[in-house]
Ligand binder design. Structure first.
Ligand code: UDP
Length: 184
């Protein structure tokens, strides 16, 4: 799914790490150094946003939000703003601006794509990498592990929250997402 979505994004002008899918388990990607930021875009309140701000899940935002977390397991990926990232030399101001505009573009493309499949793109996490020549590309993955997907009619969860919240039906939800993307 990740490779497929990356190819859609490439066609829409978003540079990604994707080079070639060799088989079900192996993909050739560009060598990058990962910018140590988790970039989270949200269209609808859920998860840590709902918890942090004391609001219910399901509030549809007028505009998408963006936030950064510092990728650091020892510190539990703390939330940070662009100034913190620049101060810690995780990225330059120009790179942050580029990452922001790429992230919103990715949201526009994926939100519309999933809506056609009857799926709301609630929120998702992106990671970006830098190639040897300094180009910023989308890296890592995009999948039900890194996105919240809700059925557009019923709001049924079709993502990792089924596992995180011990709701059961994890495999069925992932199969349903694969089915919506690839058909039979
Ligand atoms: N996410 C992720 N990896 C992480 C943290 C979050 O892929 O380490 C994704 C998560 O699947 C969701 C979005 O980022 O789609 C926002 O997650 P949130 O901040 O609400 O945290 P959570 O509720 O997942 O702890």
């Amino acid at each position: 799914m990740s490779n497929f979505l990356m190819q859609i994004l490439e066609k829409e002008g978003v540079p990604t790490h994707f080079v070639e899918e060799l088989n079900d388990r192996e993909t050739v990607v560009k060598k990058v150094s990962i910018v140590p930021l988790e970039v989270i875009i949200r269209n609808i309140s859920a998860g840590s946003f709902a918890k942090r701000f004391g609001v219910e899940e399901g509030i549809v935002f007028d505009e998408p939000t963006i936030e950064f977390s510092y990728k650091n397991d020892d510190l539990h990926d703390p939330l940070m703003n662009a100034y913190h990232a620049i101060a810690l030399k995780l990225a330059t101001r120009e790179e942050i601006e580029q990452i922001k505009s790429m992230a919103f573009k990715i949201n526009d493309v994926l939100k519309a794509y999933f809506l056609k499949l009857g799926v709301k793109l609630v929120d998702f996490k992106l990671e970006f990498g830098k190639t040897a020549d300094g180009t910023i590309v989308l890296a890592d993955e995009i999948s039900p592990d890194t996105c919240r997907f809700w059925d557009a009619q019923t709001n049924e969860k079709l993502d990792k929250d089924r596992f995180r919240r011990d709701m059961g039906g994890v495999e069925d939800a992932y199969k349903e997402m694969m089915h919506r993307v690839f058909g039979d």
